[in-house]
Write a new protein. Structure first.
Lengths: 188, 188
DNA sequence: GTCTATAGACCGATAGAC
DNA sequence: GTCTATCGGTCTATAGAC
């Protein structure tokens, strides 16, 4: 027997993971189009042809790099929903997974990313809608709420707007809590 | 004398305007990177080399195509500011100028567009801040407000989120009015 | 003044040597 | 299995014919 503590399969998985991490980082920084296979390979310390060998095509690499299951809100009333959304936002503001950032970065210029984000946001809107059945026009309220939170995330994580850049998540959450509450409130 | 009702200079300006219109539309649809000089020329019915002749470089064409002076809010108290922002949003939801859409479409993947949008939003945030001096943490409140409205505009105009896509501006404005009001409200 | 032709650079993907 | 070499394609930009 030879001495490699790591089998071939293990080394392959490790290399694959390193490539995926580099891809995630570059896709999140530059978006789909401006990220090249060559740059990903260089960042991962491997040969460009190896990336193609492992993932087949650039599109497949992107798909693998950004796959993440977004958790949906499960609250059943408006107050619990507010807390849940704000908690999620707070976590988001503390640093979103790079795969999600990569998807968001590309959503305005890459049709495939746009479709996937649209689907994810639609599911999120449906979940929020279900959590405030007593409100008037719940679908529209939910869509506006989700879009607004998306905008805040974009301003903070992708655009780096000065006042948001240095703000702690707690302060942000504290300020928007009443606004979110007014959107989820019933119309009684 | 010859009969051309349009002088050479006039025809040149007309051609330039047609190229700019095509560029604006394509930049708004596909973003900076995926829009080619060839496609712009083809849409405008001119030769690609002519586009270069007129505008020098693709970057200059983009700059010329997206230049727009964003109007800043001039309200001096929170209530007037709310009305002003909602009116602006309503107009935006009715259809933003293509130059603005082009800039927004590219802001996440093109560094130059990102800088310009960041600057414009920063100015807007400063104007909003000035309009609610009585509020606590006015800069942060203003930044959150502007980002949230940006998100709604993105969801509606660039992503086409289903529930927003068919909604009239009036209904949207009616729903978010209390939320905006709660953000601009003083902390007394 | 306008268009043809092409230079020059970069990319994704592939074939084949090792 | 991994890398070298390269193909075929696209693009911006330029030079020169007309």
């Amino acid at each position: 027997m030879s001495m490699p503590h790591r089998s071939r399969a293990e080394r392959r998985r490790a290399t694959e993971a390193r490539i995926l991490a580099s891809a995630r980082r570059l896709f999140a920084e530059k978006g789909y189009e401006r990220t090249t296979i060559r740059a990903v390979a260089s960042a991962a310390g491997v040969d460009p042809a190896l990336v193609m060998q492992y993932f087949g095509a650039k599109r497949d690499l992107f798909t693998r790099a950004v796959q993440a299951v977004p958790e949906l809100p499960t609250a059943s009333d408006a107050d619990a929903l507010t807390d849940q959304l704000l908690t999620t936002l707070g976590l988001k503001l503390g640093g979103l997974p790079e795969g999600v950032l990569a998807m968001m970065r590309s959503m305005l210029t890459d049709p495939a990313a746009a479709d996937q984000v649209r689907d994810a946001l639609t599911r999120q809107i449906e979940a929020v809608t279900a959590a405030m059945p007593a409100a008037e026009d719940p679908e529209l309220r939910a869509a506006l709420l989700v879009s607004a939170l998306l905008g805040i995330t974009i301003g903070h994580q992708l655009l780096g707007l000065p006042p948001l850049r240095g703000a702690e998540a707690d302060r942000i959450v504290g300020i928007i809590r009443p606004a979110v509450k007014s959107l989820t409130a019933s119309a009684d």
